[in-house]
Structures are given as structure tokens and as C-alpha cells.
Design a protein around this ligand. Structure first.
Ligand code: NAD
Ligand code: AHE
Ligand code: ZN
Length: 371
């Protein structure tokens, strides 16, 4: 599926070149749609490039390896990662336990090309170049990734389920466990009850948060939110002009806000609400949602003076190649439930457009397209 321009996604025949040194070509077996794909397709991503092949939550099988590749072989089951983990002893990011943001190939990745500065995709009909996306490009039957971006998983794992660890579910879990480090008996407010927000709820429940609230403009999300651990759900539309932070602080267990708040919407006004709903003195606000080009956050510095903190997460702070196999194993042991995230299934890469319609419908958490 080639994104030729804003909301212009078409099925095309694409030549996928063999992997060069340090690269791996893989057959994509299935792909789950993440909100970030439709955000980039809609032209809101300042780094978005057209024509490109979007997609970054996939289950794949290695088909060919380039020179020097040692960590995977043909036939291995893998999940692409949009944040690489080079593991180099000279990489201060990979060596630090404080971050997962390995910058090794970030420059070329942001330009839609492989680390050598070229694309592996050309349109069969005219030989023109098609760009890569987030180092993954999984809206395609075959794709090429840098070896350092590939997580090898247990071949016994369901690829349909494991693909979810390629982005949204890992992000929500890691935001709670790695970035915010939510403690037992905490109060938690989650803005945006999509797959990412639900993973936040699930992770908060798992660590023993004592009071969890969910906020969404779509009340159809509330039944599942309560099943996963939300004690109360709020629809901002039910509160007229009253800012949600005011409603939340007033109804919080202490009357001073929530220990931890998470934005999983990407809306900068909601980010402000999340920050201002954080507890006086110690509340922490984690930004997970991705905002559109040109958007900025506003708040009074007084919010920080009075003890609130704000930070963000990329991929839940997980180091990709170590974490995805570990999370997959936990899923296989029944320690992380993921089945409820798959609300829609489609067949054939061409049905990616149906998956996009499903995600827009408001009833969808993850639509998995089997190729
Ligand atoms: P989604 O579209 O499935 O879910 C978003 C939810 O937010 C929906 O339920 C929607 O109804 C709700 N919402 C929208 N506007 C709202 C508002 N004003 N107030 C309250 N709720 C509102 O998306 P998703 O796949 O769950 O992704 C959520 C966000 O996280 C997106 O912005 C995505 O780009 C981002 N994301 C970030 C990372 C990261 O590493 N930081 C990873 C994955 C996704
Ligand atoms: N390109 C955008 C930012 C997009 C963005 O923030 N992406 C998130 C992942 S969203 C996954 O669904 C992220 O982790 N970014 C870190 C990175 O290195 O891209 C912009 O604003 O320029
Ligand atoms: Zn994503």
C-alpha cells in the first residue's frame, strides 16, 4: 500500500530490493494499524514523506539477510521496531539504563531511507522511488529493515498477537512500568481509551493502582475500560464548559489530583488537562499521544512550581530487541492479556484501507490485516 499523498493510499506493485549489508528482508505476515499511521497519512506528521509505505506494528518471517547479519537467520519470526537498539559499547544511549532512544539510524530513518541513504522500494510501473517509514514500512508483503531494528521472537508465538508488541501495547505498558514507574495504591487518570490508553489502564491495574479513571469523548469505550480496571469513566462532553482537570481534581481521592496522569490522545489541550489534573506536590504527567505539526502545549509555570512534573515516552521506554521477545514470552505464559485488543481482522494487504476505516469508526482498538 503506497501513500502517495494526504489520505491517498493505493495498492501498487512495488519492487523490494534485496537487503544490503546489515539489513534484513522479511515477509510481513500480518500488520496491526496504529493511530500514528493514520496521523501520518493525514499529513499531520512534520516528518511525513510521500510517496511512502507506512505501517510499523507487524509480525514477520525473515526471508533474506544481508552481509554481516548475525542476529537473525532466514525463517526466524521477528517483530520490527521503530526505535533500534544497536547495543554498541560506544552507544551512550544503548549503554544507559535511562533511555531506549538509540540514535544510530534515526537521521536516515526520519528521511525515509535506509542507513546508506537509499530506499529499497521502487514502483514497478515506472521505477520511481518510494520512501520508508519509521524504519519499518509494514503495509507491504515484503519489507527491508536494519538488523538493529529487529526483535527475534519465539516461533511458537502467534504473530497476530506478537505484532501488537511492535508499538501501541508495549508503549502503554512501558509508560506505566518504565517511564512513570507507577507504585501500588496510586491514583491514575488516563486520557484517551484507544489501544494505548487501555494498555496504560491494564498496566496500572497490574501494579496495584488503587483508583483508576478513564476519560474519552467516545462513551462506547467505557465498558471495556471498566473491565480492564477503570473505577470511573468520564466523557468531557458531559461536563459542558468545565475543564476536565477541574472535574477530575474535584473528584480525585484526595481532592488534590491524581498521582499519575497519562495523555493517550495526542491533543495538546488534553495534554494540558492531564498535567493540571496531576496531584499538587508530586503528581506526574506522562505524554504518550503524538501531537500534530505546529501544535504546542500551554500551561502556567505555577503548575510546576507547585510540584507537578511532565515527561513523555517513546515506545514505553523499552529497549526494542530485549523487550519485545520478553513481552511476547509473558504473553505466551498468560501474564499479559492481549486478545481483547484485536477487535477487527482483514485479509490481504489491499484491505489496509478497511482497517483504516475501522480505526476511524471508534469501535476499533487494533485491526490486524493478514497478508
Ligand atoms: P486511538 O485512535 O485508537 O485512540 C485514541 C483515543 O483517544 C480514542 O478512544 C479517542 O476517542 C480518544 N480521544 C480523542 N480525542 C479525545 C479528547 N479530546 N478527549 C478524550 N479522549 C479523546 O489511538 P492509539 O493507537 O491508542 O494511539 C493513541 C495516541 O498515542 C496517538 O496519538 C498515537 O499516535 C500515540 N502513540 C504514541 C506512541 C509513543 O511511543 N509515544 C506509541 C503509539 C502510539
Ligand atoms: N515524527 C513526529 C513525531 C512522531 C513521534 O513522536 N513518534 C513517536 C512514536 S509514535 C508510534 O506510534 C516516537 O516515539 N517518536 C520518537 C522518534 O524517534 O521518532 C514529529 O513530530 O516529528
Ligand atoms: Zn505506533
Amino acid at each position: 500500500m503506497v501513500a502517495f499523498g494526504v489520505n491517498d493510499l493505493r495498492e501498487e506493485e512495488v519492487i523490494v530490493a534485496p537487503p544490503k549489508a546489515g539489513e534484513v528482508r522479511m515477509k510481513v505476515m500480518c500488520n496491526a494499524l496504529c493511530h500514528t499511521d493514520i496521523y501520518t497519512l493525514s499529513g499531520q506528521d512534520p516528518e511525513g514523506l510521500f510517496p511512502s509505505i507506512l505501517g510499523h506494528e507487524a509480525g514477520c518471517v525473515v526471508e533474506a539477510v544481508g552481509e554481516g547479519v548475525t542476529s537473525v537467520k532466514v525463517g526466524d519470526h521477528v517483530v520490527p521496531g521503530y526505535t533500534p537498539q544497536c547495543k554498541g559499547s560506544d552507544c551512550m544511549f544503548c549503554m544507559s539504563p535511562k533511555t531506549n532512544l538509540c540514535p544510530k539510524i534515526r537521521g536516515t530513518q526520519g528521511k525515509g531511507v535506509m542507513p546508506d541513504g537509499t530506499s529499497r522500494f521502487t514502483l514497478a510501473k515506472d521505477g520511481s522511488t518510494v520512501y520508508h517509514f519509521m524504519g519499518c514500512s509494514t503495509f507491504a508483503e515484503y519489507t527491508v529493515l536494519a538488523e538493529i531494528s529487529i526483535a527475534k521472537i519465539d516461533p511458537a508465538a502467534s504473530l497476530e498477537k506478537a505484532c501488537l508488541f511492535g508499538c501501541g501495547i508495549s508503549t502503554g505498558l512501558g509508560a506505566v512500568w518504565n517511564n512513570a514507574k507507577v507504585e501500588p495504591f496510586s491514583s491514575v487518570a488516563v486520557f484517551g481509551l484507544g489501544a494505548v490508553g487501555f494498555a496504560v489502564v491494564q498496566a496500572a491495574k497490574a501494579v496495584g493502582a488503587s483508583h483508576i479513571v478513564g476519560i474519552d469523548v467516545n462513551p462506547n469505550k467505557f465498558e471495556m475500560a471498566k473491565k480492564l480496571g477503570c473505577d470511573v469513566c468520564y466523557n468531557p462532553k458531559d461536563h459542558g464548559d468545565e475543564p476536565m482537570q477541574q472535574v477530575l481534581v474535584k473528584n480525585s481521592p484526595t481532592g488534590f489530583g491524581f498521582d499519575y496522569t497519562f495523555d493517550c490522545t495526542g491533543n495538546v489541550n488534553v495534554m494540558r488537562s492531564a498535567l493540571e489534573a496531576a496531584h499538587r506536590g508530586w503528581g506526574q504527567c506522562c505524554l504518550v499521544g503524538v501531537a500534530a505539526a505546529g501544535k504546542e502545549i500551554a500551561t502556567r509555570p505555577f503548575q510546576f512550581i507547585t510540584g507537578r512534573r511532565c515527561f513523555g515516552t517513546a515506545f514505553g521506554g523499552w529497549k526494542t530487541r530485549d523487550a519485545i521477545p520478553m513481552l511476547t514470552d509473558k504473553m505466551m505464559k498468560g501474564e499479559i492479556a492481549v486478545d481483547h485488543f484485536i477487535t477487527h481482522r482483514f485479509n490481504g494487504v489491499g484491505e489496509t484501507t478497511k482497517a483504516i476505516d475501522a480505526l476511524h469508526s471508534g469501535d476499533c482498538l487494533r485491526a490486524v490485516v493478514h497478508y
